[in-house]
Design a protein around this ligand. Sequence first.
Ligand code: PLP
Length: 423
Amino acid sequence: NSPLSEVDPEIAAVLEQELGRQRNTLEMIASENFVPRAVLEAQGSVLTNKYAEGYPGRRYYGGCEFVDVAESLAISRAKELFGAAYANVQPHSGASANAAVLSAIASPGDRILGLALDQGGHLTHGMKLNFSGKLYEANAYGVDPTTHRIDMDQVREKALEVKPHVLIAGWSAYPRQLDFAAFRAIADEVGAVLWVDMAHFAGLVAAGLHPSPVPHAHVTSSTVHKTIGGPRSGFILTNDLETQKKLNSNVFPGQQGGPLMHVIAAKATAFKLAGEPEFRERQERTIRGAQILAERLAAADVAEAGVSVLTGGTDVHLVLVDLRNAAIHGQDAEDILHSVGITVNRNAVPNDPRPPMTPSGVRIGTPALATRGFGDAEFTEVADVIAAALKPNPDVAALRSRVEKLAGDFPLYEGLESPGRWS
Ligand code: PLP
C-alpha cells in the first residue's frame, strides 16, 4: 500500500507536472474540460477492480450488487437529462460509442453520409483509415464554400444522390447549431436512419441552450468529457426499444468486454451535476465567452493581419479562426499561443489551401475556462491576449504575464496538494 510517489516516482512526477501545467496555463482546446473533484474521486476508485460484463441485473459475474446501483443511476440520470427513453452508458469513449452505433444500425458495406472530416466532421463519421471508412461505404457532405455553414438544401441533394443507409449529423469543428428536424426530414425522404453525434455540444443541450437532437434522431451518441465536463467516455441514447436492444448487444458483447465501472460511476456523478442550476450558468458563460472571443477576433486591428472568424461568429462553445489570409498558419498560431501559455489546436478550414500539418485554422474553445470560473471580464481579457498574439510581432513576455495573472486569479483544484491527495 505504498503511495504512487514511492512505487513509481517517474509516473508520480508526470501527474505532478501535468497538474502544474493545467493550473498555470489557460486550456482552450474545445474538446477539453476540468472534471470536478467528485468525478475524480469516483473515477479514481476501487470500482476499477470490478468485472461486470452484461447489464444491471443481468451480469456474467457475481458481486455486482453495488456496481449495478452505479450503472442504473448513470442510465436513469442520462435519460432524464436528455429526455430519452433508453440509454447505454457503457461505451469506453466517443469512438467506441460510435462503432457500436454503426454496427447496430448498419451492415458492413452499407452507405453512410456524414460531414466531411476536413470541413468539421469526425474520424468516426467515415474517414478512410477509421473503422467507419473501412467497414462502410463512406460519403460526405460539406459546408457551403462561401458561408461555411451547413446548407440543408445541399445536404438533401447529396442524400438524394447517395441514398445512404445512415445519415450522420454532428461535428468536431463547426461553430453553429444544426437543424435536426431538417436532417430527420431528409433521412425520412431517402429512407435513412438518422444518427446524431452530439459529442461536442451535449453540455449545451443538457443546459437547454442548444436544440436537442434526441426527439429527432433514431440514435444519438455522445462523449461525456467535452462540454459536459465528466469522465473521458461515451454514451448512447434512443427512444426506440428495438433500436435499444440492438445498441445494447452491439456495445456488449459486440464491441466491448467488461465495462469500466469506475468511469460509469463518475458518469453518474457528472450527469447529476449537469442537472443543477450551476451547470446551466456555466454553459451560459461558455457560450458567452466564445462569442466575446469571436467578436474580438473579428475586429479591425485583427482583420488587418488577415485573421478572421469562420461564419463570422459562433452559437456554441468554440470559435474557428481563419488564417487563410494571414502570414502565419495554424501551426504557427498554436505555437505562439503555447508560448504565451494558452493551449489550442490547429485545424483545417474548409477547402484549406495549406497542407494538413500546417493548416489555415485554429479551433479555440471556452468550456474549460468557464469551468475554471471565467466570466465576461476574463474572457474579454483572454480574447485580447489572443488577438495580440495573432498579430505581427507579439510581445510574448507581456502576454505571458497577462495569462499568468488570469490563471493565478482562478486557482484550479484548490486543496489538491498533489494528484490524489486532497487537504
Ligand atoms: N465524436 C465527435 C463529434 C468528436 O468530436 C469526438 C472526439 O473528438 C468523438 C466522437 C470521439 O471521442 P473519443 O475521443 O472519446 O473517442
